[in-house]
Ligand binder design. Structure first.
Ligand code: KG4
Ligand code: ZN
Length: 343
């Protein structure tokens, strides 16, 4: 089975061809980051127009790189939410058009499920597993028992962790997206120099909170203004260490909250690309008998291979969607029939 995946829900236009033996035949993307950088974040209208310009040639490139044609495909999978609706519409309409023209199954994929199941594309990962999904807009612990089967164990009560990285990066004048730049800055810093809070640490449950930590960084930065480059590196490292401590503490609680016989702990989403956080979470897993799974960096941040993979997982189960499927700007992963079409 060979599936074309399309991703246009945020600031990356992406297309990929994936085979059901877990081979990524092609995986290409055009990042819009330079176009949004002057504004300090993604401008939805600009993003939608950029997706429109980039998507068609990108799909052609994905087919060329994989050395297949539309006639070799067994289905089209596309991010149908959650995300910036203008961009999502561009992807969904394109996917529907190809599916209609070629009479192929159309699979509407939840972007979060793309992140959630990437571990099954890159690793020999059975259900059930415990998932920490950490991206720019989402931050939650989920028990995953099957395709479309998610039980929410805990989530952020304010900012997502990626959002906190981006906001703290802005305090240091680093350009958007701040996560990777902040990680680089932290590498030359002393994470013990500044005392920062660990929100919700030690509390019952596995909810998370990052807004107070971000404010604490801002207050320290204001107190030490003007910041030398070493001050910035030390404060960045102290922030990253506080995040690592919080994730570690909350993950430990999540380990105890699963009902299913879980052996694997999976970290996914853009922030899972952070080496320091990966290291802390993998050590925690080693100490508590969990097998740590994290996708390679390029499959942590947004990509279309993860969307194609969900298409394969769903099609294998006979799940496909109607061409009437209505894209969803909001689409939680957990709850009733999260993976099933409205129509
Ligand atoms: O999954 P993703 O590419 O897009 C969303 O679905 O949100 O995640 C993007 C988020 C951004 O907030 C970005 O700053 C953060 O992931 N991020 C990182 C790193 N790489 C990306 N945060 C910390 N360290 C990184 N290395
Ligand atoms: Zn994402």
């Amino acid at each position: 089975m060979i599936i074309l995946g399309i991703e246009t829900s945020c600031d990356e236009t992406a297309a990929a061809i994936v085979r059901d033996d877990r081979t990524v035949l092609s995986n290409v993307l055009v990042s819009q980051i330079p176009g949004h950088q002057p504004y300090g974040g993604v401008v939805p209208e600009k993003a939608a127009r950029a997706h429109l310009d980039s998507l068609h040639p990108l799909i052609e490139q994905a087919l060329r790189d994989a050395q297949v044609t539309l006639d070799d495909l067994n289905g089209i999978a596309v991010t149908a939410g959650p995300g910036l609706i203008g961009g999502v519409l561009v992807g969904v309409m394109t996917a529907k058009a190809i599916a209609a023209a070629k009479n192929l199954p159309f699979i509407a994929v939840n972007h979060l499920e793309g992140h959630a199941l990437t571990g099954r594309l890159t690793h020999d990962l059975p259900f059930p597993f415990l998932l920490l999904l950490i991206s720019g807009g989402h931050c939650q612990f989920l028990e995953v028992t099957g395709v479309g089967q998610y039980r929410l164990l805990g989530s952020t009560v304010d900012d997502a962790v990626g959002e906190a990285f981006d906001k703290v990066a802005r305090i240091f004048g680093l350009s958007y997206p701040g996560g990777p730049a902040l990680e680089k800055l932290a590498q030359s810093g002393n994470g013990k120099r500044f005392t920062l809070p660990r929100p919700l640490k030690g509390r019952a449950g596995c909810d998370l909170s990052f807004s107070g930590l971000k404010t604490a960084v801002r207050l320290v930065a204001e107190k030490h203004t003007p910041l030398s480059s070493q001050d910035k590196a030390d404060l960045a490292a102290s922030f990253q260490e506080a995040v690592a401590d919080c994730l570690e503490d909350r993950a430990l609680k999540a380990f105890q909250m699963t009902d299913a016989p879980v052996r694997h702990f999976v970290v996914a989403g853009g922030v899972a690309a952070n080496a320091a956080l990966r290291l802390r979470l993998s050590s925690l897993c080693n100490a508590h008998g969990f097998i740590f799974v994290a996708p390679p960096l390029e499959l942590c941040t947004d990509n279309a291979a993860m969307i194609a993979w969900v298409g394969i997982e769903k099609l294998r189960l006979g799940q496909k969607d109607s061409l009437d499927f209505i894209p969803r700007p909001r689409w939680p992963l957990h709850g009733k029939n999260p993976g099933v079409s409205l129509s």
